[in-house]
Design a binder for this molecule. Structure first.
Ligand code: NAP
Length: 523
């Protein structure tokens, strides 16, 4: 039995008790175990704050960017091995595993380049400054400096690599040491990534630690300079944020949670745009077996076209979906990650049906998978439902079924009604809109934009590849139910880990702080 280790206080810690098992979701074989027992969480925080933080703050943004570049290379060098492990620990096909792993190395690479562009500076200007008095002897300017705590990231099971790496990339570039806690079910992939990153030798002591298993009293110990970034379900987020100490110290938090993402087909969409819509919706249902926070859950189609679109979606799912063990090369949809995810997805479909949705494709419950033993494996087929009354569809807008499940619904074709229906999700990470009509799109953006973190536009000429990818240059996060957080998105992703402050005084001194920081006065 493989025992996962935590990397804390400069060494690999192996627990001796309190283990939770990890399974291969295609075979249900127990493959590893994880526990954080025996870790002194106060020491972990001290190590980050007292050793890692000063080391990072002594470096410039460009130097920290170079560190990220080396980490990206190290992960890429182990890509094949990690893909294989992801298949066993996370049930991913090669394409699904690469979505996570290449997403991780790609995000590091993106922030490495971002750091290079920021240059050899240790503070960042937020604006150009303004005169406060009668002349420039009383001047103000806003600047960003690294926070002096630890960046604690708690992550969801579905992106074991990208999930902790996208947080770590932003924190490290900002100058804040990282303590990553992956979800236990898929922690082997995360822990192996951590091993590779640590073995690369580029991380200064104390700048990166990983805890596998529970967080003990770590979260109660967070203070005013720390950052707590959570990704997972809205229920867990609510429980954790209710914690006394996070509120007492006003610890900065970021939450990325559930989302009932919507796809909207505009009335004009035809030809290539319609084909793109059908391709993207079915792809979003099947990729990672629908276990993506960005997956499309609600599909809105003009009432006059809903039968035609349903037929096209069903035909495509039927053609493309091969559910089973990803060890079989023919498989395109792997299993759900755990037994509890499987039963939750089954329960979720029943709740959607109770709210009036009807299955039009797929069983909506466990099936046997290709290349797998009968009655073994957490396989769940793509399942499309349809609800005729979207305004009263209740759970369809509120219950996230974390699997390959979406519900098709009619609307009147106006951007106004589409926006109202998107809003019923209570705040989403992404809304995808398929149209070639600028006025319709503008109306949708104005009426519905506040209810979502990102609008992906599919059109005849668009070269985009679907709404599911959280690309590092664009904001990831959404209002309300989606957690209200903001991650990646270039400079936006750094802001969580930086403190903005106003400098006030004589202009040469105020500007001189930044000039000195950039080294411009050495030129
Ligand atoms: P989860 O059950 O909420 O768990 C998320 C993380 O919280 C895990 O690491 C879990 O650790 C940890 N956790 C749970 N209870 C805790 C506690 N009392 N103290 C400290 N840590 C605790 O979510 P999940 O099942 O892993 O992930 C699926 C959910 O995440 C879905 O709802 C999905 O929409 C959401 N998600 C959102 C995003 C986004 O960016 N918005 C991205 C991915 C996933 P253990 O595993 O050790 O229990």
């Amino acid at each position: 039995m493989h025992t996962l280790k935590s990397y804390v206080c400069g060494h690999w810690h192996e627990a001796t008790e309190g283990f939770r098992p990890l399974y291969d979701p295609s075979t249900e074989e127990e493959i590893a175990r994880a526990s954080s027992s025996g870790i002194a969480f106060g020491d972990v925080l001290d190590h980050a704050r007292e050793t890692g933080g000063p080391a990072l703050r002594a470096m410039t943004f460009a130097q920290r960017g170079a560190l990220l570049r080396d980490l990206s290379k190290a992960l890429r060098a182990h890509r094949d091995e990690l893909l294989d492990l992801s298949r066993r620990n996370n049930g991913t096909t090669e394409a699904d595993g690469s979505f996570d792993l290449d997403g991780a190395s790609g995000t590091l690479h993106y922030y490495a380049s971002f750091g290079r562009r920021l240059g050899d500076v240790r503070t960042l200007p937020d604006d150009d400054g303004q005169q406060l008095g009668r002349d420039e002897h009383f001047w103000t300017r806003h600047v960003w400096v690294p926070r002096q705590g630890a960046a604690v990231g708690v992550n969801a099971f579905n992106f074991p690599a990208w999930g902790f790496v996208e947080k770590a990339a932003c924190a490290l570039l900002a100058g804040v040491p990282v303590i990553a806690k992956p979800a236990t079910a898929t922690a082997w992939v995360a822990q192996r990534c951590a091993e590779i990153m640590v073995a690369s030798g580029v991380l200064p002591e104390g700048t990166f630690q990983m805890i596998v298993g529970g967080t003990g009293d770590l979260l109660e110990r967070l203070g005013p300079q720390d950052v707590f970034a959570f990704t997972g379900s809205a229920d867990t987020a609510r429980d954790l944020l209710a914690g006394e100490s996070l509120r007492k110290h006003n610890t900065r938090t970021n939450v990325e949670a559930d989302s009932l993402n919507a796809a909207v087909l505009a009335p004009d969409a035809d030809g290539d745009t319609l084909a793109r819509f059908v391709r993207d919706v079915s792809h979003e249902m099947m990729q990672k077996a629908g276990q993506k926070c960005t997956a499309i859950r609600r599909v809105f189609v003009p009432v006059a076209r809903i039968d035609e679109v349903q037929e096209a979606l069903v035909a495509r799912l039927d053609k493309k979906a091969a559910v089973g063990n990803p060890a079989d090369a023919a498989v395109t949809v792997g299993p759900l990650a755990t037994a509890s995810q499987l039963s939750d997805a089954e329960r979720g479909v029943r709740e959607l049906e109770s709210a009036g949705a009807q299955k039009v494709y797929g069983e909506g419950c466990r099936v046997d998978g290709l290349g797998s033993t009968e009655d073994r494996g957490y396989f769940f087929p793509p399942t499309l439902l349809r609800h005729e009354e979207p305004h009263t569809a209740g759970a369809v807008h509120g219950r996230e079924v974390f699997g390959p499940v979406a519900t098709l619904m009619p609307y009147d074709g106006t951007a106004t009604e589409a926006a109202q229906l998107v809003a019923l999700g209570g705040g989403t990470l992404v809304t995808s809109v398929y149209t070639d009509t600028r006025d319709w799109l503008e109306e949708l953006v104005v009426a519905g934009g506040a209810h979502t973190g990102r609008i992906y536009i599919g059109s005849a000429e668009s070269a985009g590849f679907g709404s599911g990818a959280a690309l590092p240059a664009s904001l990831h996060g959404g209002p309300g139910r989606a957690g209200g957080g903001e991650e990646v998105g270039g400079a936006i992703g750094l802001e969580r880990y930086l403190q903005r402050l106003a400098l006030q005084g004589d202009r040469p001194l105020v500007d001189g702080v930044l000039v000195h920081s950039t080294g411009e006065d050495d030129a």
